[in-house]
Design a protein around this ligand. Structure first.
Ligand SMILES: [Fe+2]
Ligand SMILES: [Fe+2]
Length: 276
C-alpha cells in the first residue's frame, strides 16, 4: 500500500509568532514536499485583519496543498456584535469560506471540521464542540473516499484530556463524534488548542474500533508551555501503519529536529500503539 507524508501544524497565533521559526518551517515543508499540510486552527491571536493577512501570506508560501480549520482565537472576541452576527467573516475573507475543507487522493482522504463556536452556554467561550448537523458530512465524504486512502479528520479542539491542564479544553460531544468517525473507518484525528503535543489511541466505547488521536503543540507562537517547546507533527502513514514524528524547536540549535516518535499499527480491533 502506498505510503504518504502529511505535515500537521497548529496554533500559529499570528500576532504572537516567532519569525525565525516561521522561516525554518517554510523551508522544511518546501524542501520535503509532503502530500498535504493540515493546519488545526488558532491561526491568529485575536482575529485581527493584520493577523489574518499574515496567515494568508504564510500559507501562500507553502508549495504543497494546505487544508485549514479555524480555532477559537479566529472568532473576534473583542467585538460581541461581530462575534455573534458574523463570526467567520474575516476568516472567510482572508483564508477560506469553506468550513468543510476536503482533500482526496488514492493515498489520503482528509476532512476538516469546525469546532469553534460563536457562543457557548459555558462561561469559557474558548471551549469547542462538534454538532450533530456536521456528522452527515463526515459520512458523505468518507463514503466517497478511495478505499486505499488513509482517513483523517482535522479539528481544532482536542479529543484527549491532559493532566497539565486538568482536562480543560476537551471537545464537546466527543462520544457522538467518535462513534461517527468509528463507523466511517477514520484512522486518525488531528487537533491542537492545548499547545501540548501528545497522541494516543481511543474509541467511542470500550470494545469498539480504536483510532489514533494526535495533538500538535503550538508550531511557532511564543505561547508555548513549559516542557512543551514549539513543535509540529510529521506523519507518515498508510491504512496499516501510522508513524508520528514530533519535531521540536531547539533554542540552542536554532532549528527544528525530531524529539519523539510514535508508531501505531492497525489490527482487527482497530489501531494499537507499537513499542518504538
Ligand atoms: Fe491556541
Ligand atoms: Fe484554541
Amino acid at each position: 500500500m502506498a505510503r504518504t507524508t502529511l505535515y500537521h501544524i497548529s496554533d500559529l497565533h499570528f500576532g504572537r509568532e516567532r519569525p525565525p521559526l516561521v522561516q525554518a518551517l517554510i523551508e522544511e515543508i518546501n524542501a520535503r514536499g509532503p502530500e498535504l499540510v493540515a493546519v488545526s486552527g488558532d491561526l491568529t491571536q485575536s482575529a485581527r485583519r493584520r493577523e489574518f493577512a499574515a496567515t494568508r501570506d504564510f500559507l501562500a508560501q507553502l508549495a504543497p496543498p494546505v487544508l485549514v480549520v479555524p480555532g477559537n482565537h479566529d472568532v473576534p472576541d473583542w467585538d460581541l456584535i461581530r462575534r455573534l452576527l458574523r463570526p467567520w467573516r474575516r476568516y472567510g475573507r482572508y483564508i477560506t469560506d469553506d468550513l468543510y475543507p476536503r482533500y482526496s487522493s488514492p493515498t489520503l482522504a482528509v476532512l476538516g471540521l469546525n469546532s469553534a463556536r460563536r457562543w457557548s452556554p459555558h462561561t469559557d467561550w474558548s471551549q469547542g464542540r462538534l454538532s450533530g448537523y456536521q456528522m452527515p458530512e463526515v459520512e458523505r465524504f468518507f463514503t466517497g473516499a478511495e478505499p486505499t486512502a488513509a482517513r483523517v479528520v482535522v479539528v481544532h479542539h482536542p479529543f484527549i484530556a491532559h493532566e497539565l491542564v486538568l482536562g480543560r479544553g476537551v471537545i464537546g460531544r466527543k462520544e457522538m463524534a467518535l462513534q461517527c468517525f468509528g463507523q466511517n473507518q477514520v484512522d486518525l484525528m488531528l487537533s491542537g488548542h492545548l499547545h501540548i503535543h501528545h497522541s494516543e489511541t481511543m474509541a467511542a466505547r470500550a470494545g469498539e474500533r480504536a483510532l489514533v488521536a494526535a495533538q500538535a503543540g503550538t508550531t511557532f507562537s511564543d505561547r508555548f508551555k513549559a516542557g512543551y517547546p514549539n513543535s509540529f507533527n510529521v506523519i507518515e502513514l498508510d491504512r496499516d501503519h501510522i508513524r508520528i514524528r514530533i519535531r521540536c524547536w531547539s533554542e540552542e540549535a536554532g532549528g527544528f529536529s525530531d524529539c519523539e516518535r510514535l508508531d501505531y499499527r492497525r489490527s482487527a480491533a482497530g489501531w494499537e500503539s507499537e513499542a518504538a
